[in-house]
Design a protein. Structure first.
Length: 100
């Protein structure tokens, strides 16, 4: 399984940016998405920014990753998945079978 980590751009250009997230700062390749302004949220996988995230999506991903970490450590994790409580999971549109 591959995981993307949400990170926030501190400064950078079209080639790379100093980003912070998940408790660390590192230089990330921006070649796939181009330069982003300071404060922009990006999804990072293997040192490369894959796409720009809005604030809400970045927070949901960060919370889900914190929940996984808590579950693996044997701590309570349910609060990290508050957006999923009291609703049925939904498949993304591209995975839904056309029943019409």
């Amino acid at each position: 399984m591959c995981l993307g980590i949400p990170m926030t751009v501190i400064e950078g250009d079209d080639i790379s940016a100093l980003c912070e997230g998940a408790g660390r700062a590192e230089r990330i390749s921006m070649l796939l998405i181009g330069a982003q302004p300071p404060g922009a949220n990006v999804l990072v996988h293997l040192g490369t920014a894959m796409r720009v995230l809005d604030e809400e999506e970045a927070a949901l991903i960060a919370d889900a990753l914190a929940g996984l970490d808590a579950a693996l450590a044997g701590r309570t994790f349910e609060a990290h998945f508050a957006d999923l409580i009291d609703r049925e999971p939904q498949l993304p549109a591209h995975l839904r079978r056309n029943l019409g």
